[in-house]
Ligand binder design. Structure first.
Ligand SMILES: Nc1ncnc2c1ncn2[C@@H]1O[C@H](COP(=O)(O)OP(=O)(O)OP(=O)(O)O)[C@@H](O)[C@H]1O
Ligand SMILES: [Mg+2]
Length: 381
């Protein structure tokens, strides 16, 4: 290609633009390699991103057909001149790579490389890859033109931009992985909140039924009916959590009625007296209603499972444009500071996340021997 200053600049510029358009690491690498080969008018180009085990995490070539690439066999390891480029971070410009003392040969299907130009791709002090070209196209019939100083300069510019593009692409992929991890943890909370509580109640109700079956068959029948209801609800909640729907009951009955029904079910399933009072609360934004319901469920569940309380009271009151939920038990209480955040205790963490997730707040008031009050405030619409 022609190397006049203008067309050279235009070619570099379009290569850089192409690089910045891609976000996937592999696409970025392909664009870099193809641009380098075209700009320097070489027959072959390649780019390797080393891994920590002496191999390459990525290795992209241009100028080699798919068929030929397959025939070459496994990816190269970091040895010979490739290793020198990565370890010493040095530019290698060779008239004939095969005559270099570090040359160790190549697989039989490998193209025969002669003149060679290789550059490390650096991010600060770290070498994050190597970019190299071979066999510059040459008007002379017997070849041997070789890469020039100008080629080195041009490839350096590309290598610098390749470093930026590579780093960006990695950051992008990393942030996408994080989003997926967040999504997983959200779903884990969701499943925990919705389903494990229902299953717990279900187990208790089934035990109650078993205890009653000889003494009082008709009450046992009632409990078994309850088991069926709870199982159906657990199945609904599971489905809702999985397809990211909010709890089905909220849409149909609204927050106050949903809370009242759930409290009634728990009251029947446990020996503790469980009550509900809803006072003057208007409809809240959907996300806030869902958060209130989930927090109430977890707080109730904790009170019934951990506190040994005789009474558990749930109230939902209007508070400015929003609402405040309180779940109070007269059980044995605990020291909230002593609950380790890590490990198997997800409930308290999940309640806090839910409250702050909708712009609200959560306080836990408890002390050994004093009972527990969980209070959640949401701002409303
Ligand atoms: N109302 C309560 N009364 C007494 N102790 C409580 C109460 N709520 C929580 N706790 C204590 O705080 C701990 C942490 O509660 P948290 O809800 O975070 O986890 P968990 O209930 O143990 O497990 P998970 O909710 O993940 O199934 C409980 O193990 C319990 O010791
Ligand atoms: Mg819990």
């Amino acid at each position: 290609m022609s190397q006049g200053p203008r067309s050279g600049l235009a070619a570099v510029s379009s290569a850089l633009l192409a690089m910045s358009r891609h976000l996937e690491v592999r696409d970025v690498l392909k664009t870099i390699v193809a641009s380098a080969r075209e700009l320097l008018d070489a027959r072959y180009a390649a780019l390797g991103v080393p891994d920590d085990h002496g191999g390459f995490a990525q290795f992209v070539v241009d100028g080699v057909s798919d068929q030929q690439w397959k025939a070459i066999g496994p990816l190269p390891r970091q040895h010979g001149i490739l290793a020198a480029m990565l370890q010493e971070a040095k530019i290698e410009r060779l008239a004939d790579v095969r005559k270099d003392p570090r040359f160790e040969g190549w697989p039989s299907a490998h193209p025969d490389l002669a003149d060679f130009l290789g550059l490390p791709i650096r991010d600060g002090d770290e070498v994050i890859g190597a970019l190299f070209l071979a066999n510059k196209n040459c008007p002379k019939p017997d070849g041997g033109c070789g890469f020039t100083e100008d080629d080195v300069e041009l490839l350096s510019i590309l290598a610098q931009h390749a470093a930026i593009a590579l780093t960006n692409a990695r950051l992008y992929e990393r942030s996408r992985e994080l989003t997926i991890a967040e999504e997983r943890s959200r779903l884990a909370h969701e499943l925990h909140d919705a389903v494990s509580q229902k299953l717990f109640s279900l187990r208790l109700t089934a035990q109650a039924a078993a205890a009653l079956v000889d003494r009082d068959p008709s009450r046992a029948k009632g409990e078994l009916h309850q088991v069926a209801l709870l199982a159906a609800e657990a199945a609904d909640e599971l489905r809702a959590a999985v397809v990211e729907l909010r709890p089905a009951a909220l849409d149909e009955d609204g927050l106050v009625n949903t809370l009242r029904t759930q409290v009634q079910v728990l009251d029947r399933a446990h020996t503790a007296r469980v009550t509900f009072a809803g006072r003057g609360v208007r409809a809240l934004p959907a996300a806030q209603e869902e958060a209130v319901l989930r927090v109430a469920q977890e707080a109730l569940h904790n009170a019934l499972r951990h506190s040994g309380a005789q009474h558990v009271d749930v109230t939902l009151d209007r508070h400015g444009g929003g609402a405040v939920l309180r779940v109070t038990d007269d059980g044995n209480g605990f020291d909230p500071r002593s609950v380790r955040r890590a490990g198997r205790h997800l409930g308290l963490v999940s309640m806090r996340d839910r409250a702050s997730g909708v712009g609200g707040g959560l306080t836990v008031e408890s002390a050994p021997g004093k009972g527990t009050t969980i209070e959640m405030e949401v701002p409303g619409g």
